[in-house]
Design a protein around this ligand. Sequence first.
Ligand code: NAD
Length: 291
Amino acid sequence: MPIDTAADYAAKHGLPAAKPPAQPGEKSLAGQKAIVTGSSSGIGRSVALGLAQAGADVVVNYSSSEAKGLEVVREIEAAGGKAIAVKADVSQEDQVQAMFAQALDAFGTLDILVSNAGLQRDAAFDEMTLDEWRRVIDVNLTGQFLCCREATRIFKRQGVRPDVSVAAGKIICISSVHDVIPWAGHVNYAASKGGVMLMMKSIAQELAPLRIRVNSICPGAIRTPINTEAWETPEAYASLMNLVPYKRIGEPEDIAHAAIWLASDYSDYVSGLNLYVDGGMTLYPGFESGG
Ligand code: NAD
């Protein structure tokens, strides 16, 4: 059987060919529409700003503070981008469906989902309440399922829109290094992120033939409100650095850069990837000195 090049394959299936190398100053997400869940703060905010800077119109999802959601919208608009703020609790099916409907009403199409909303409810295992377990699984895992499913329905319906992307849609799950690193005192959180890993990979396998790409970004320690106690004092920061071979905390922008790449056609052959953006946290830092 003759071997197809990417161009042969695209021509045979009536698809646009893979993207040529980047041009200086190019906006890699021009004309694309994105939803970023939990984007009124932290990583989500930075990802929303980054996608907008790369040319996407963005739905800024928030669950409680409309003021903070609108602040991110204003920041995007001030930089020349387009955004709307939409309230939804990602653990609630009706609210997720209403958010995607609002996105389509506002922008007409959808090309990118960054499923980022997440929370922690920490407790020693034997003291963890069922409510603490359920809330974290509901938001961090079921919330990702609901958002990914809704995005997939739209991407399947739309198909490839060659004017904006060679893929029919891109899903990026924000997971964590704790999808592989066990975390005492945070069993609900680690279980939710471990679940995200196999959910993401299973969806990626199922949807790749439809040209829908699904990947995860797994942050290490990033300076956001979710983990203030891990970095706000010099002592806490020094102790945190024992876990980070690269010897600096991550900034939300470190995640945004990865998200822009995964959302763009420059990662067109990437599907089912767990991308650790962690300064080496998953490299068993305890062995830095030879073990
Ligand atoms: P953050 O607390 O600033 O952001 C979490 C966002 O999710 C908030 O905006 C919050 O309002 C939103 N949210 C919470 N529950 C929600 C719900 N039910 N519906 C919709 N939105 C909801 O913290 P962050 O660090 O920016 O976290 C973002 C994601 O990154 C989370 O999934 C988190 O697990 C993951 N993460 C963060 C780190 C880190 O070091 N900061 C490391 C690994 C993974």
